[in-house]
Write a protein of this length. Structure first.
Length: 270
C-alpha cells in the first residue's frame, strides 16, 4: 500500500492510501502506448503487459486488512513492511503470474529479488536475514527453470537478451508508476529508459503534488498517442494515530480518484 499526504473534503489533513494492485494497473496503463520517438517498444509485448498489470496481485489479501506502524500508528506504507511479510506477499505475487506462462514468474521473481538485494537492511536482523536468503535461493533456482522452459518454447525468439530487456521494462514502469502514485515530485525526474533513451518528466506549473489531479510534461514524447491519462482509486483517511489495524479499518474514509495527465514537453525541459 502506498501512503501519500492528502486532504479530506473538509480540509483536514489526511493520507491517501493507494493499493499496490492499483499501482500495478497504473504501470500497465503507462506501458500500453509506449514506444514513440525512438523509445524501445515493449517486447515481448503481451508477456510484459500481463506482468505489469498483475505483478502485485499478491497484495490483495493483506490490503483487505492493512496494518499500522506500531509506534506511530500510521497506515503502513509498502516500504515499511516487515521482511517476512513482504516475502510472503511476493511469493503470492509470483505464484499468481505463474498461471500465465514461464517468462512472467521469471520477471516478477527477478524484480523482487533485485529489490531485496538492493534494500538489504534485513542483513542486520538474524531472523530476517535467514528468511531473505532462503527467498533469494529458492527464487534464483526457480528462475533458472522458468527461463529454460521459456526458451524451449522458441529458441530463436526467446533469448536471454530479450528476457533481460523485459525485466528492465518491468522495473522501469514499476518505478514510473510509483513516482506518479506518490506524487511527491516538485521538480523534474530524468531517467534512462530500457533501450537507453533518456526521458524527462516535469510537473507543469500550477500542479499541486498533494491534489487529486496532476499534469506532467514528458520530453522527448515517449508514447504513440498525443496524450496519456491514467488514474487510480485511493482511500483517504484522517492523519491521526491508529491503535491497530482494526481501528484503521473502522475509521470513516473517503474514496477518491487520483488522476494524472501526461502531455508532450518542450525541448527546454531536458
Amino acid at each position: 500500500m502506498i501512503r501519500r499526504d492528502s486532504k479530506l473534503s473538509d480540509g483536514r489533513r489526511g493520507w491517501a492510501l493507494v493499493s499496490q494492485i492499483e499501482h500495478a494497473r497504473v504501470a500497465g496503463l503507462l506501458a500500453e502506448s509506449w514506444g514513440g520517438a525512438d523509445f524501445a517498444p515493449l517486447w515481448p509485448r503481451a508477456e510484459v503487459l500481463a506482468t505489469l498489470y498483475r505483478h502485485d496481485d499478491g497484495w490483495g489479501r493483506w490490503e483487505q486488512h492493512p496494518d499500522v506502524l506500531p509506534a506511530k500508528g500510521w497506515p503502513r506504507d509498502f516500504t515499511e513492511m516487515p521482511t517476512k511479510v513482504s516475502l510472503d506477499i511476493w511469493r503470492a505475487s509470483i505464484l499468481e503470474v505463474s498461471r500465465f506462462g514461464f517468462l512472467q514468474p521469471w520477471l516478477v521473481a527477478g524484480h523482487f529479488s533485485a529489490l531485496l538485494r538492493r534494500f538489504d537492511g534485513w542483513r542486520y536482523d538474524p531472523r530476517s536475514s535467514e528468511a531473505a536468503r532462503r527467498f533469494l535461493a529458492e527464487q534464483d533456482a526457480a528462475r533458472c527453470r522458468w527461463l529454460a522452459q521459456w526458451q524451449q518454447q522458441n529458441v530463436r525468439r526467446n533469448t536471454i537478451e530479450a528476457a533481460e530487456l523485459a525485466l528492465a521494462q518491468l522495473q522501469f514502469f514499476d518505478f514510473f508508476s510509483l513516482w506518479i502514485c506518490y506524487s511527491k515530485a516538485k521538480s523534474a525526474w530524468m531517467s534512462d529508459t530500457p533501450g537507453g533513451k533518456r526521458l524527462t518528466l516535469d510537473p507543469l506549473p500550477g500542479s499541486d503534488p498533494s491534489s487529486a489531479t496532476m499534469r506532467i510534461a514528458a520530453f522527448p514524447w515517449p508514447f504513440t498517442i498525443n496524450r496519456v491519462a491514467v488514474d487510480a482509486m485511493a482511500r483517504v483517511v484522517p492523519q491521526e494515530h491508529y491503535a491497530d489495524a482494526t481501528a484503521l479499518e473502522a475509521t470513516l474514509s473517503e474514496e477518491r480518484r487520483l488522476s494524472w495527465e501526461l502531455v508532450p514537453g518542450e525541448a527546454e525541459a531536458a
